[in-house]
Design a protein around this ligand. Structure first.
Ligand SMILES: [Zn+2]
Length: 309
């Protein structure tokens, strides 16, 4: 079996302005590296078009209208202090969501066993009604709702190993018993949320806040609690909010993970996915701002996806 690699050229048109950490080169670094590796078991696919009604399950209609009207004809426009859009962001945001749809359909139709979506803008800070932290539409959340709506699944697990708490994903699923959201993140830190006391209406939110300076060993120990929670929950599908900004070289945060730790995290998660959901995993890029660390970490993450059978 194969692994899907889903992307779209339109991420290159999402311009966030000079000096912005969430820049075009991030996805280019990842994609160029996978092109070079030329693994025959990677199935390259483009993002799908989808109906607006799919977005409306995750975001309010008023918010979607606000976003659609905010794309400037020229220059840049600010959705919040650090979430910036350009004319080409319209297609890029749509294709980021559409990549997740392609990935889910490919896994459900057994075209590939699992998939990685190399997309930008990222999504996990985007709330039901709010753009935030470089995120416009919540890609992973739309994916979870698509699995519920289109494939009638009732138990989706989202594991978010980005170094920041996914306040948006938590907000969207806070009272949805069909989704378990698990996050490991630096705390206290941006965006401010993510305490252990935030549990969700159905005990469906599981936050693991960790201090600045968390080492590989400390992180992997904490990740055992993620795996334990997955074992208890027995999901039908696992979505990964795959941020690589917990890397020691990342300029935006203070965890000390090495690239190879992302292999261990992925491998351990996949072993469990085999027990509960036939290995059905779709991973979606979130953060990661050091280009070399991002390239290495995403390569080794996908290596684990490819090896799995
Ligand atoms: Zn992040």
């Amino acid at each position: 079996m194969k692994t899907g690699l889903i992307t779209s050229d339109t991420y290159q048109n999402h311009n966030t302005g000079d000096g912005h950490p969430e820049k075009i080169d991030r996805v280019t670094a990842i994609i160029d590296n996978f092109k070079k590796l030329d693994n025959k078991n990677l199935v390259w696919k483009k993002s799908s078009k989808f109906d607006r009604s799919l977005l409306e399950i995750t975001h309010s209609s008023a918010y979607i209208n606000f976003v659609e009207e905010s794309f400037p004809k020229k220059g840049l426009s600010f959705l919040d202090g650090d979430t910036i859009v350009s004319p080409g962001s319209k297609e890029a945001t749509s294709d980021a969501v559409g990549s997740v749809i392609t990935a889910i359909d490919g896994v459900q139709n057994k075209e590939f066993k699992n998939a990685f979506c190399a997309v930008r803008p990222p999504g996990h800070h985007a709330e039901k009604n709010k753009a935030m932290g470089f995120c416009i539409y919540n890609n992973v959340a739309v994916g979870a709702n698509y699995l519920i709506d289109r494939y009638k699944l009732n138990k989706i697990a989202i594991i978010d190993f980005d170094v920041h708490h996914g306040n948006g994903t938590q907000d969207i699923f806070y009272d949805n018993e069909k989704v378990l959201y698990i996050s490991t993140h630096q705390y206290p830190f941006y965006p401010g949320s993510g305490t252990e006391q935030e549990k969700g209406k159905f005990n469906n939110i599981f936050n693991i806040p960790l201090p600045a300076g968390t080492t590989s060993r400390e992180y992997l120990n904490a990740y055992e609690y993620v795996l334990k929670k997955i074992t208890e929950y027995k999901p039908e599908f696992i979505l990964l909010s795959a941020g690589f900004d917990a890397h020691k070289d990342d300029p935006l945060a203070q965890f000390q993970l090495e690239s190879k730790d992302f292999y261990k995290i992925t491998k351990r998660t996949l072993e469990l996915s085999k027990l509960f959901c036939d290995g059905k995993v779709v991973s979606i890029l979130e953060g990661g701002y050091d280009l070399l660390a991002l390239q290495e970490s995403s390569e080794i993450h996908v290596k684990a996806l490819l090896e799995f059978d």
